[in-house]
Design a protein around this ligand. Structure first.
Ligand code: FES
Length: 159
């Protein structure tokens, strides 16, 4: 049994075998693994005696879950109310453009992945982007370009 399998077993073994615990189990797996793999969802379905289609349907209904492994430097664009009102959506589109990935995607080199998040608690700095542990305040599409050129994502390599 490899580490991932034993992590998954330990998550399943301390949870109740009842469909009402599905979301809690999925949240715990994602918090440990960073995402929900196909294999993990199949195991959860087996454990809860549910069809894999139902587990998949529930997981994809909530946008808190991701289905690809996270990048080394996760990029999170806040779309909480303050950030949204301050232009967060345009910032998100600019980041997606620079990284050449969609929300929920990951760059080919697995360096960056992109997701939106709800309020991260620094609304005075809206709109906010986090990259790994770093917080980038008062972002605009031009600032996104500057930051991305410095971080050197694949799209920033100019020939
Ligand atoms: S809404 Fe973005 S930090 Fe609060």
């Amino acid at each position: 049994m490899n580490t991932k399998e034993s992590d998954l077993s330990s998550i399943l073994n301390h949870n109740h075998r009842h469909p009402r615990y599905l979301i809690a189990i999925l949240q715990e797996i994602q918090s440990r693994e960073g995402y929900l793999s196909n294999e993990a969802m199949l195991e959860v379905a087996k454990f809860l005696d549910m069809s894999s289609a139902t587990v998949w349907g529930v997981a994809t209904f909530y946008n808190q879950f991701r289905f690809t492994p996270p990048g080394k430097r996760p990029v999170r664009v806040c779309l909480g109310t303050a950030c949204h009102l301050a232009g967060g959506q345009l910032v998100l589109e600019a980041v997606a453009r620079e990284l050449k990935i969609e929300v929920g995607g990951i760059t080919e080199d697995h360096e960056f992945d992109l997701d939106r998040v709800a309020c991260i608690g620094c609304c005075a700095l809206a709109p906010v982007v986090t990259i790994g542990q770093d917080v980038f305040p008062k972002m605009t599409p031009p600032k996104v370009e500057e930051v991305m050129v410095e971080l050197n994502p694949p799209s920033a390599h100019k020939d």
